[in-house]
Write a new protein. Structure first.
Length: 222
């Protein structure tokens, strides 16, 4: 099973993709998390990606496709993957189709988390991530009991370095220019399932579960 999440920064892709992956018993892969960890560890991928991440620009398609090919071939990804943050350009979407075809696999569902830009910016500027468990918290909607401490595991809560107003603006610009054509790619194939992501987490999760149940190879959306 391979499921793709699309949507602008701040739509809740990380939160929802993690939850869906847990419910389905498959792996959640956030390309942003993979890249951030590579930057921290100073690997070759991290050295390539660092400058792009700092500016809110997209890492080149060839780099991303090589990374996804490697991830698809990992043993623990056999049962399936929920991809969060990939594909983000039309060439990445075409490349993903090719990589899956070469491995005798197919895309099961493409979920678009749709949200007004204003609301997404509001979420991004008030979100923190736990440095220990990776949990995402929104300080406006759900403030932690102790300042700067994760309610779930006691880890330190941190802001993402690319959640600053300038970089957020750059990420939206990239989204409009490069990711919108990705939506068209899947729309033309009848695969895109739109979910209104501006609502409470549980409501959005319910709609995603329905959209996934109604998707699948050969089942085009209306
Ligand atoms: P995210 O955590 O999904 O918001 O991604 C953070 C940053 O990682 C993006 O602003 C890009 O610089 C980079 N990135 C993540 N996924 C991709 C991708 N599929 N293609 C290109 N760059 C990516």
């Amino acid at each position: 099973m391979v499921i793709v999440f699309l949507g602008p920064p701040g739509a809740g892709k990380g939160t929802q993709a993690k939850r869906l992956a847990t419910d389905l018993g498959v792996r959640h892969v956030s390309t942003g998390d993979v890249l951030r960890s590579a930057v921290e560890r100073g690997t070759e991928l991290g050295r390539t990606a660092a400058a792009y991440l700092d500016k809110g620009a997209l890492v080149p398609d060839e780099t991303m496709l090589a990374l996804i090919a490697e991830l698809l071939d990992r043993r623990d990804h056999d049962r399936g993957l929920v991809l969060d943050g990939f594909p983000r350009t039309a060439p990445q979407a075409e490349g993903l189709d090719r990589l899956l075809r070469e491995r005798g696999r197919e895309l099961d569902a493409v979920i678009l988390l749709d949200i007004a830009e204003e609301e997404a910016v509001r979420r991004l500027t008030s979100r923190v991530c736990c440095s220990k468990c990776g949990g995402i918290t929104n300080l406006l909607a759900d403030p932690s009991a102790a300042d700067g401490v994760c309610d779930a595991c006691g880890g330190r809560l941190e802001r993402r370095s690319d959640d600053t107003p300038d970089v957020i603006r750059a990420r939206f610009k990239e989204y409009r220019a490069l990711t919108q054509p990705t939506l068209d790619y899947y729309r033309a194939r009848g695969m895109l399932r739109r979910v209104d992501a501006g609502r409470p987490i549980d409501d959005v999760a319910g709609d995603i579960a329905e959209a996934v149940a109604g998707s699948g190879p050969g089942r085009a959306a209306g």
